[in-house]
Design a protein around this ligand. Structure first.
Ligand code: SF4
Length: 718
């Protein structure tokens, strides 16, 4: 249904990590519609978000001019949210706003001699921007302020998975692409709801079930859509993942189903794991996790004896105080069975955002530089310092603070200033009242975004940025596939590309950058300047993409790393014969059973799980401004089992109050027979009933991820 007058621009979906390729159909500078393109992850398919979630870019609420906070504007979070922007800000020129932003950051830096982890400045970058934007952002924070206090939403997403994978395998990448499910005989999905959150990925799973008889094991306290087609749905008790997974490990090891040849050749510490799981028989764990021993044994046998078996997992695994332990168990399952390193096997932590993989690869993490070189490695620091043209010793050896730690440090007054690019911690951080108060206490907050988000309401300077269809750059999906997003429409008003904004700030902070990034989001094919030059600099620091030049990316549009040279086609399956560790072997790490940080009691008797919906994306700033998506899911809901609702005197469609120890929200009741009877589910996209006002900020001690998937709440009629 493309009209002749329409221009067609090929790009990538801005939402989930599946990374569907799409074409924007553009007329008079506006996107008219979107259609799927035959990319490696989607073969022309799009879900409802990809197909209909584009008109946010043309919203009249877009930021179009830089804003500076009025001297008399309030800053207390309760009174600034969703107020008319004119009461909080005045419009400014770009020069004025950039000068104010840089001056405030410099002033905070001068307020103390402390640097590094104790330094007063921090940055939150974004998994919604391009790789080049993420790379420049971490480079700015590290080289201008001498701190590694730079992080992004991966901390609230797969930080625990990454910690376990780095520890066990020496690398945090997915071992196999999501589409490999079509080659698997058994697929185990735990703590993920692909039908809602990775919908095109879910179509490959459904196809494999229907066309090849693939056995799907869905492990989730909620009976979600894929359960209907699953061979087994294990609706276990929330928070008991380690009990369930150790029971599977026990069965495989003590029924003689482990792949001893693989274990001997490729792993370390099997004896330690075997001794640890000896006490975790399915019979002993059944009362703990709520799944009968026969089912646990059946699932363990099916996984271990399959010709090829794959594990996919999501935030239900990672967002726990024992998230790293959960992931350790999954890694151990694949290693002791040798279900790794071949098509249709392996480990795939499903990445949420369209570029959370790429932003992490680009170094937007406080403990590693680009390509996961630890900041403690002197050679890695020296190489970055040389390439970045900063004095030797600028980069410290101590990792920076993570997302929740930065917010806590802002609350305590240690962090005095922040630069936030495209993230919305006032909505996405746990215990959002605390997070908002922390942001309000900063001496100086600079926010780059496309809307006046809940976080931007608290800023001193707001810089209007380009939306995804308004700029060209690379993006890396959950499969490690680097793809090219292309500018399709002009940005509104004076909105500018994030990379241009970062370069302008860097210059004002004395860094002398000379990429000459285009302010309008365009990028030339050559790599002499602008975004192409940024990409080539990244490539010089990142061996994983050594064979992917900017010119090649323009030509091919999608290449999966690692890619060693220009003729290397890339490697969708990795760890085929060794692991990237000093010994070439993977390490098996046992996991202890630890309860969630906060458990239900008489005052707060239900478990709260938070998550996403098919139609809305994260904090809702984009999809709630997309007409079709907003029409389908227009308001916040709390999902409860009908029997639970009846017991609590709640009626479908009527408003309930949900309270935790940290806050309360009011929202409509929705019946869902797939919910466990002791549990409530709330999506976190709705500012008027922000789920994270309720959630627990307790952290996994290793991955530093908050327990967003478990806290205690009370639900009652209003
Ligand atoms: Fe976009 Fe993900 Fe939907 Fe694909 S599956 S269209 S990447 S939201």
């Amino acid at each position: 249904y493309a009209k002749a007058s329409q221009q067609r621009v090929d790009s990538v979906c801005p939402f989930c990590g599946v990374g569907c390729q799409m074409s924007y159909h553009v007329s008079n500078g506006r996107i008219e519609h979107v259609e799927g393109k035959a990319g490696p992850a989607n073969e022309g398919r799009l879900c409802v978000k990809g197909r209909f979630g584009f008109d946010y870019a043309h919203s009249p609420e877009r930021l179009t001019r830089p804003l500076i906070r009025r001297a008399d504007a309030p800053k207390d979070p309760a009174s600034v949210m969703h107020r008319d922007w004119r009461e909080l800000f005045r419009e400014a020129t770009w020069d004025e706003a950039l000068d104010a932003a840089a001056t405030g950051l410099r002033r905070a830096m001068a307020s103390t001699s402390a640097r590094g982890r104790q330094g007063p400045v921090a940055g939150f970058g974004s998994a919604k921007g391009t790789n080049e934007e993420a790379y420049l952002f971490q480079k700015l924070i590290r080289s201008a302020f001498g701190t590694h206090n730079v992080d992004h939403c991966t901390r609230l997403c797969h930080a625990s998975s990454v910690a376990a994978l780095m520890e066990g395998l020496g690398s945090a990448v997915v071992t196999n692409p999501l589409r490999d499910v079509v080659h698997a005989d058994v697929v185990l999905i735990i703590g993920a709801n692909p039908a809602q959150n990775h919908p095109v990925g879910a179509t490959w799973i459904k196809n494999a079930i229907q066309q090849r008889g693939m056995k799907l094991v869905l492990i989730d306290p909620r009976r979600t859509e894929l359960a209907r087609q699953a061979w087994k749905h294990l609706g276990f008790k929330s928070g008991t993942d380690v009990a369930l997974l150790n029971a599977l490990l026990h069965t495989i090891i003590f029924e003689g189903l482990a792949n001893t040849a693989y274990i001997e050749q490729h792993t370390l510490d099997f004896a330690r794991l075997k001794a640890h799981v000896a006490d975790f028989s399915p019979e002993a764990m059944a009362p703990v996790c709520g799944i009968d021993a026969t089912t646990l044994r059946e699932v363990a046998r099916a996984y271990a004896t399959a010709g090829s078996a794959m594990i996919l997992w999501g935030m239900g695994v990672s967002q726990h105080t024992h998230g790293t332990d959960n992931a350790r168990c999954l890694i151990a399952l694949s290693l002791i069975t040798g279900q790794i390193g071949r098509p249709g096997t392996g480990l795939h932590p499903l990445r949420g955002q369209n570029n959370v993989q790429g932003a992490s690869d680009a170094g937007l993490i406080p403990m590693v530089l680009p390509d996961y070189h630890r900041v403690s490695e002197p050679a890695a620091r020296a190489k970055a310092e040389r390439l970045w043209g900063v004095p030797a010793g600028t980069l410290g050896s101590e990792p920076g603070l993570t997302v929740v730690e930065i917010v806590n440090a802002a609350y305590d007054g240690q962090i005095r200033a922040m630069l936030i690019q495209g993230e919305n911690p006032a909505m996405s951080d746990p215990d959002a009242h605390h997070a908002r108060e922390a942001l309000a206490r900063l001496d100086h907050l600079v926010v780059q975004d496309i809307f006046l988000t809940e976080t931007a309401c608290l800023a001193d300077v707001v810089l209007p940025a380009t939306a995804w269809p308004e700029k060209t750059g690379s993006v890396t999906n959950t499969d490690r596939c680097v793809q090219l997003g292309r500018k399709a429409v002009p940005a509104p008003g004076e909105a500018r590309a994030d990379a241009w904004i970062t370069e302008q700030l860097a210059r004002r902070l004395g860094l002398g950058w000379a990429y000459d990034v285009a302010p309008d989001g365009t990028a030339s094919v050559d790599a002499d300047h602008g975004i192409g030059a940024v990409f080539e600099e990244m490539r010089a620091l990142m061996p994983s993409i050594a064979g992917l030049s900017w010119a090649r990316l323009q030509r091919e549009g999608a290449v999966t790393y690692p890619v060693d040279n220009e003729s290397d086609p890339g490697h969708p399956v990795v760890f085929t014969d060794h692991f990237p560790t000093p010994t070439g072997r993977a390490t098996l790490v046992p996991s202890a059973l630890t309860p969630p940080a906060e458990t239900p009691d008489a005052d707060y008797p239900l478990v709260l799980i938070t998550g996403r919906q098919l139609e809305h994306w994260h904090t809702g700033s984009m999809t709630r401004r997309s007409q079709v998506l907003d029409a389908v899911e227009p308001g916040p809901v709390v999902s409860l089992h009908p029997e639970t609702a009846a017991r609590l005197g709640l009626v479908a469609g009527e408003v309930a109050q949900v309270r935790s120890r940290r806050g309360s929200v009011a929202l409509a009741v929705r019946f869902d027979a797939g919910m466990p009877r002791d549990t409530a589910f709330i999506p976190f996209a709705y500012a008027e009933a922000a789920a994270n006002l309720l959630t627990n900020p307790a952290l996994d001690p290793v991955g530093k991820i908050a327990e967003l998937k478990y806290c205690a709440v009370d639900v009652r009629p209003m």
